[in-house]
Design a protein around this ligand. Structure first.
Ligand code: IYR
Length: 228
Protein backbone atom coordinates (compact mmCIF):
# COMPACT_ATOMS: atom_id res chain seq x y z
CA UNK A 1 0.00 0.00 0.00
CA UNK A 2 1.22 3.46 -0.72
CA UNK A 3 1.63 5.78 2.22
CA UNK A 4 -1.63 7.41 3.25
CA UNK A 5 -3.31 8.61 6.43
CA UNK A 6 -5.07 5.73 8.26
CA UNK A 7 -7.53 5.03 11.08
CA UNK A 8 -7.82 1.66 12.95
CA UNK A 9 -10.47 -0.66 11.49
CA UNK A 10 -12.82 -2.26 13.99
CA UNK A 11 -16.08 -4.19 13.93
CA UNK A 12 -18.22 -5.58 16.74
CA UNK A 13 -16.90 -9.13 17.07
CA UNK A 14 -19.51 -11.92 16.78
CA UNK A 15 -19.26 -15.67 17.21
CA UNK A 16 -19.99 -17.77 14.10
CA UNK A 17 -23.37 -18.69 15.61
CA UNK A 18 -24.25 -15.05 16.20
CA UNK A 19 -23.06 -14.18 12.73
CA UNK A 20 -25.29 -16.80 11.07
CA UNK A 21 -28.24 -15.80 13.26
CA UNK A 22 -27.81 -12.10 12.43
CA UNK A 23 -27.52 -12.81 8.69
CA UNK A 24 -30.66 -14.96 8.73
CA UNK A 25 -32.60 -12.46 10.80
CA UNK A 26 -31.69 -9.68 8.35
CA UNK A 27 -32.63 -11.90 5.41
CA UNK A 28 -35.98 -12.68 6.99
CA UNK A 29 -36.74 -9.00 7.60
CA UNK A 30 -35.75 -8.06 4.06
CA UNK A 31 -37.89 -10.89 2.71
CA UNK A 32 -40.91 -9.09 4.14
CA UNK A 33 -40.20 -6.06 1.96
CA UNK A 34 -42.44 -5.65 -1.06
CA UNK A 35 -42.79 -2.93 -3.58
CA UNK A 36 -45.96 -0.99 -2.75
CA UNK A 37 -48.14 0.74 -5.34
CA UNK A 38 -51.00 1.82 -3.02
CA UNK A 39 -50.07 4.40 -0.40
CA UNK A 40 -52.06 6.18 2.32
CA UNK A 41 -51.50 9.87 2.95
CA UNK A 42 -50.62 9.23 6.62
CA UNK A 43 -47.70 11.37 7.72
CA UNK A 44 -44.20 10.00 8.21
CA UNK A 45 -41.72 11.71 10.58
CA UNK A 46 -39.18 13.77 8.69
CA UNK A 47 -36.50 12.31 11.00
CA UNK A 48 -37.01 8.85 9.46
CA UNK A 49 -36.29 10.23 5.99
CA UNK A 50 -33.25 12.13 7.25
CA UNK A 51 -31.80 9.05 8.98
CA UNK A 52 -32.48 6.83 5.93
CA UNK A 53 -30.65 9.26 3.65
CA UNK A 54 -27.74 9.40 6.08
CA UNK A 55 -27.71 5.58 6.00
CA UNK A 56 -27.75 5.61 2.17
CA UNK A 57 -24.84 8.05 2.18
CA UNK A 58 -22.63 5.46 3.89
CA UNK A 59 -22.67 3.37 0.69
CA UNK A 60 -19.35 2.35 -0.84
CA UNK A 61 -18.73 4.62 -3.82
CA UNK A 62 -16.17 5.64 -6.39
CA UNK A 63 -13.16 7.44 -4.87
CA UNK A 64 -15.39 8.52 -1.93
CA UNK A 65 -16.79 11.31 -4.12
CA UNK A 66 -20.29 10.43 -2.84
CA UNK A 67 -21.86 11.17 -6.22
CA UNK A 68 -25.49 11.48 -5.12
CA UNK A 69 -28.12 14.04 -4.35
CA UNK A 70 -31.51 13.33 -2.78
CA UNK A 71 -34.34 15.80 -3.33
CA UNK A 72 -37.18 15.17 -0.87
CA UNK A 73 -40.46 16.33 -2.34
CA UNK A 74 -43.21 16.92 0.21
CA UNK A 75 -45.10 19.90 -1.21
CA UNK A 76 -48.50 18.95 -2.64
CA UNK A 77 -48.02 21.25 -5.66
CA UNK A 78 -44.59 19.80 -6.50
CA UNK A 79 -45.89 16.25 -6.13
CA UNK A 80 -48.81 17.07 -8.45
CA UNK A 81 -46.46 18.59 -11.05
CA UNK A 82 -44.21 15.51 -10.90
CA UNK A 83 -47.23 13.19 -11.19
CA UNK A 84 -48.52 15.07 -14.23
CA UNK A 85 -45.17 15.01 -16.01
CA UNK A 86 -44.53 11.34 -15.10
CA UNK A 87 -47.99 10.25 -16.26
CA UNK A 88 -47.52 12.08 -19.58
CA UNK A 89 -44.33 10.04 -20.17
CA UNK A 90 -46.02 6.83 -19.02
CA UNK A 91 -49.00 7.37 -21.37
CA UNK A 92 -46.53 7.46 -24.25
CA UNK A 93 -44.70 4.41 -22.85
CA UNK A 94 -47.89 2.32 -22.58
CA UNK A 95 -49.49 3.79 -25.73
CA UNK A 96 -52.32 5.27 -23.68
CA UNK A 97 -51.92 8.55 -25.59
CA UNK A 98 -53.43 7.07 -28.75
CA UNK A 99 -50.08 6.50 -30.51
CA UNK A 100 -48.13 3.25 -30.73
CA UNK A 101 -46.56 2.42 -27.34
CA UNK A 102 -42.92 3.42 -26.96
CA UNK A 103 -42.40 0.16 -25.05
CA UNK A 104 -41.88 -2.98 -27.11
CA UNK A 105 -44.51 -5.75 -27.08
CA UNK A 106 -41.99 -7.87 -25.21
CA UNK A 107 -41.56 -5.24 -22.50
CA UNK A 108 -45.31 -4.72 -22.14
CA UNK A 109 -45.69 -8.51 -21.94
CA UNK A 110 -43.11 -8.67 -19.15
CA UNK A 111 -45.14 -6.12 -17.16
CA UNK A 112 -48.54 -7.76 -17.69
CA UNK A 113 -48.58 -9.75 -14.43
CA UNK A 114 -47.59 -6.65 -12.46
CA UNK A 115 -50.74 -4.81 -13.57
CA UNK A 116 -48.99 -1.45 -14.02
CA UNK A 117 -50.37 1.30 -16.27
CA UNK A 118 -49.86 5.02 -16.83
CA UNK A 119 -51.91 6.01 -13.78
CA UNK A 120 -49.58 6.99 -10.91
CA UNK A 121 -51.77 8.38 -8.07
CA UNK A 122 -49.17 7.35 -5.48
CA UNK A 123 -46.96 10.20 -6.68
CA UNK A 124 -49.48 12.53 -5.00
CA UNK A 125 -50.78 10.35 -2.17
CA UNK A 126 -47.52 9.27 -0.54
CA UNK A 127 -46.11 11.82 1.93
CA UNK A 128 -42.62 11.86 0.40
CA UNK A 129 -41.00 11.36 -2.98
CA UNK A 130 -37.24 11.04 -2.75
CA UNK A 131 -35.85 11.91 -6.16
CA UNK A 132 -32.38 10.36 -6.43
CA UNK A 133 -29.82 12.06 -8.67
CA UNK A 134 -26.56 10.53 -9.85
CA UNK A 135 -23.84 13.18 -10.12
CA UNK A 136 -21.84 12.41 -13.24
CA UNK A 137 -19.62 15.28 -12.18
CA UNK A 138 -19.36 17.57 -9.18
CA UNK A 139 -19.00 15.08 -6.32
CA UNK A 140 -16.18 17.19 -4.92
CA UNK A 141 -16.54 20.62 -6.50
CA UNK A 142 -20.18 21.73 -6.35
CA UNK A 143 -19.78 23.53 -9.68
CA UNK A 144 -19.58 20.24 -11.61
CA UNK A 145 -15.97 20.58 -12.68
CA UNK A 146 -14.68 17.35 -11.04
CA UNK A 147 -15.21 13.92 -12.57
CA UNK A 148 -16.95 11.09 -10.65
CA UNK A 149 -16.39 7.34 -11.03
CA UNK A 150 -18.66 4.27 -10.95
CA UNK A 151 -21.57 6.62 -10.57
CA UNK A 152 -24.43 4.22 -11.37
CA UNK A 153 -22.96 1.50 -9.19
CA UNK A 154 -22.43 3.89 -6.27
CA UNK A 155 -25.87 5.44 -6.40
CA UNK A 156 -27.53 2.06 -7.01
CA UNK A 157 -25.97 0.68 -3.82
CA UNK A 158 -27.01 3.83 -1.93
CA UNK A 159 -30.59 3.34 -3.13
CA UNK A 160 -30.54 -0.25 -1.83
CA UNK A 161 -29.38 0.94 1.57
CA UNK A 162 -32.01 3.71 1.56
CA UNK A 163 -34.80 1.24 0.79
CA UNK A 164 -33.54 -1.28 3.37
CA UNK A 165 -33.45 1.42 6.07
CA UNK A 166 -36.94 2.67 5.22
CA UNK A 167 -38.21 -0.92 5.35
CA UNK A 168 -36.55 -1.39 8.74
CA UNK A 169 -38.40 1.76 9.86
CA UNK A 170 -41.70 0.07 8.96
CA UNK A 171 -42.37 2.08 5.81
CA UNK A 172 -43.43 1.03 2.34
CA UNK A 173 -41.43 2.06 -0.71
CA UNK A 174 -41.71 2.00 -4.47
CA UNK A 175 -38.84 2.59 -6.85
CA UNK A 176 -40.48 4.47 -9.69
CA UNK A 177 -38.59 5.05 -12.92
CA UNK A 178 -40.65 7.03 -15.41
CA UNK A 179 -38.97 6.86 -18.77
CA UNK A 180 -37.51 9.22 -19.85
CA UNK A 181 -37.18 11.14 -16.59
CA UNK A 182 -35.14 14.18 -17.54
CA UNK A 183 -38.11 16.33 -16.46
CA UNK A 184 -37.17 15.60 -12.83
CA UNK A 185 -33.97 17.64 -13.16
CA UNK A 186 -35.96 20.75 -13.94
CA UNK A 187 -38.71 19.97 -11.42
CA UNK A 188 -36.10 19.65 -8.65
CA UNK A 189 -33.86 22.50 -9.85
CA UNK A 190 -30.79 20.28 -10.28
CA UNK A 191 -27.84 21.03 -12.59
CA UNK A 192 -27.44 19.48 -16.05
CA UNK A 193 -24.56 17.19 -15.02
CA UNK A 194 -26.86 15.31 -12.62
CA UNK A 195 -28.93 12.40 -13.94
CA UNK A 196 -32.21 11.48 -12.24
CA UNK A 197 -31.93 7.77 -11.43
CA UNK A 198 -35.22 6.97 -9.73
CA UNK A 199 -37.98 8.26 -7.50
CA UNK A 200 -38.25 6.40 -4.19
CA UNK A 201 -41.88 6.80 -3.12
CA UNK A 202 -42.17 6.53 0.70
CA UNK A 203 -45.12 6.21 3.04
CA UNK A 204 -47.50 3.86 4.78
CA UNK A 205 -49.39 1.35 2.65
CA UNK A 206 -53.09 2.04 2.02
CA UNK A 207 -55.42 -0.06 4.19
CA UNK A 208 -56.56 -2.08 1.17
CA UNK A 209 -53.14 -2.23 -0.55
CA UNK A 210 -52.34 -5.35 -2.56
CA UNK A 211 -49.30 -6.48 -4.47
CA UNK A 212 -49.00 -8.68 -7.55
CA UNK A 213 -48.83 -12.39 -6.70
CA UNK A 214 -46.05 -12.66 -9.28
CA UNK A 215 -43.81 -10.72 -6.89
CA UNK A 216 -43.72 -13.82 -4.67
CA UNK A 217 -41.85 -15.81 -7.35
CA UNK A 218 -38.29 -15.58 -6.05
CA UNK A 219 -35.45 -17.57 -7.54
CA UNK A 220 -33.95 -20.10 -5.11
CA UNK A 221 -30.35 -19.77 -3.96
CA UNK A 222 -29.30 -22.69 -6.15
CA UNK A 223 -30.38 -20.73 -9.22
CA UNK A 224 -28.75 -17.41 -8.38
CA UNK A 225 -25.48 -18.46 -6.77
CA UNK A 226 -22.59 -20.74 -7.64
CA UNK A 227 -19.57 -21.66 -5.53
CA UNK A 228 -16.16 -22.19 -7.06
N1 IYR B 1 -42.00 2.90 -15.75
C1 IYR B 1 -43.21 2.18 -16.04
C2 IYR B 1 -43.00 0.80 -16.52
C3 IYR B 1 -42.39 -0.20 -15.61
C4 IYR B 1 -41.23 -0.82 -16.00
C5 IYR B 1 -40.68 -1.79 -15.24
I1 IYR B 1 -39.05 -2.77 -15.91
C6 IYR B 1 -41.28 -2.20 -14.02
O1 IYR B 1 -40.71 -3.19 -13.24
C7 IYR B 1 -42.46 -1.59 -13.63
C8 IYR B 1 -42.99 -0.58 -14.44
C9 IYR B 1 -44.17 2.23 -14.85
O2 IYR B 1 -43.78 2.69 -13.78
O3 IYR B 1 -45.32 1.88 -15.00
Amino acid sequence: MRDHETVPYSLVSLSDEQSVARARAMRDRLKQRRTCRYFSDDAVPREVIEAAIEAAATAPNGANHQPWHFTIVESAEKKRAIREAAEAEERRFYGEDGDDPKASDEWLGALRDLGTDADKPFLETAPYLIVVFAQRKGGIAEDGTTQNYYVNESVGIACGMLIATLHEAGLATLTHTPSPMGFLREACGRPEWEKPLMIVVVGHPAKDATFPAKALDKKPLSQIASWL
